[in-house]
Ligand binder design. Structure first.
Ligand code: C2E
Ligand code: CA
Ligand code: CA
Length: 308
């Protein structure tokens, strides 16, 4: 990473800082080569720092919350669970999308306490909905790779279970293929431990990463989640992607269930049903909603089911 001194007005310190920003970029995207510092880089870095500070504050001041999106059985139409998704509303009322703040939380390590908070909040909600509605719904919770690899991860999960009146079989942690990228053996062991205490593990965004099929076989997963990107390719007459079909076949062979996310249209639902997909999540049934709205949705859905 380098900066041209003619560009770097000010102190030597500033020039080194700028070269460092360029170096960081080079390490991320152009290893084995060099990158020159630009003004855009400074603006982007500044923006990230500001957003991260905002996120830290939001976390400290309880400005983060979870919303819940129902998951439905294809065969019966019954709701079988919900996925917890994190939300951040700034003091000014602006919603910052998780696709912006989660990567930031990951790169700064903040995701570890943030993830622990999400886990505990989601289990509290799981306890509440299953009590209120006399059901056995499942709670899907996203776990980032950094959190999953943390030495205290299993302890954190156990503690969260102990602190809530929930059954571990109703907990499903959603991991991504990136957990296997650094150390597949440790990932296999961690999943093994989770299964021993009854917790389910699903592979999220399946097909978008680079997991090797051999490590997939060693993981004791419960479910594969087909990413929305592949569901988007299902149109009214056919699908321009073979991936949904391939993933469902693979899951069958590995004895896993499959859920498709991001299902918005009836024709996508029918197509996936034909392929033998087990469960569906998407705007076709419900958007992610606050806890109070989830209650109403669950009651309305049950009535619909009984009526049909
Ligand atoms: P994801 O885990 O793949 O979650 C699915 C995303 O698809 C969610 O976006 C959900 O709102 C959206 N979605 C579901 N059905 C539909 C649909 O029919 N149409 C459309 N257009 N979108 C649909 P969201 O909530 O913005 O979350 C984005 C990502 O942020 C998540 O992707 C996940 O990777 C991450 N994330 C969210 N909450 C957490 C969390 O608590 N922890 C971690 N580590 N990551 C989280
Ligand atoms: Ca997910
Ligand atoms: Ca996804």
């Amino acid at each position: 990473g380098f900066v041209c001194l003619s560009e770097a007005s000010g102190k030597a310190e500033d020039a080194i800082k700028k070269a460092n920003i360029a170096l960081k970029q080079a390490k991320e995207i152009l290893r084995g080569d060099c990158i020159e510092f630009t003004r855009e880089m400074a603006i982007k870095t500044e923006g990230r720092v500001r957003l991260l500070n905002g996120l830290r504050k939001a976390f400290d001041f309880d400005r983060l919350f979870l919303v819940y999106q129902p998951q439905v059985s294809v065969a019966s139409g019954d709701v079988i669970g919900v996925e917890a998704l994190m939300r951040w509303r700034t003091d000014e009322g602006e919603m910052i999308p998780p696709d912006d703040f989660i990567p930031l939380a990951e790169s700064s390590g903040l995701i570890v306490p943030l993830g622990e908070w999400a886990l505990n909040t989601a289990l509290l909600e799981l306890e509440r909905i299953n009590n209120t509605h006399k059901t056995e719904l499942r709670m899907g919770i996203n776990v980032s790779a950094l959190q999953f690899r943390h030495p205290d991860f299993l302890k954190v999960v156990q503690k969260a279970i102990n602190n809530h009146r929930v059954q571990s079989k109703n907990i499903e942690l959603e991991i991504t293929e990136s957990v296997a990228m650094l150390d597949a053996n440790t990932a296999v062991e961690t999943i093994q431990h989770l299964r021993q205490i009854g917790v389910h593990v699903a592979m999220d965004d399946f097909g978008t990463g680079y997991s090797s099929l051999s490590s997939l076989e060693k993981f004791r997963l419960s479910r594969l989640k087909i990413d929305k990107a592949f569901i988007d390719k299902i149109n009214e007459k056919s699908s321009s992607s073979q991936l949904p079909e391939m993933i469902i076949k693979l899951a069958r062979d590995l004895n896993l269930d499959v859920i498709a996310e991001g299902v918005e249209h009836d024709y996508q639902f029918s197509f996936l049903k034909q392929l033998g997909c087990d469960e569906i999540q998407g705007y076709l049934f419900a958007k992610p909603v606050l806890s109070e709205q989830l209650d109403q949705w669950l009651i309305a859905h049950k009535k619909d089911q009984q009526g049909s």
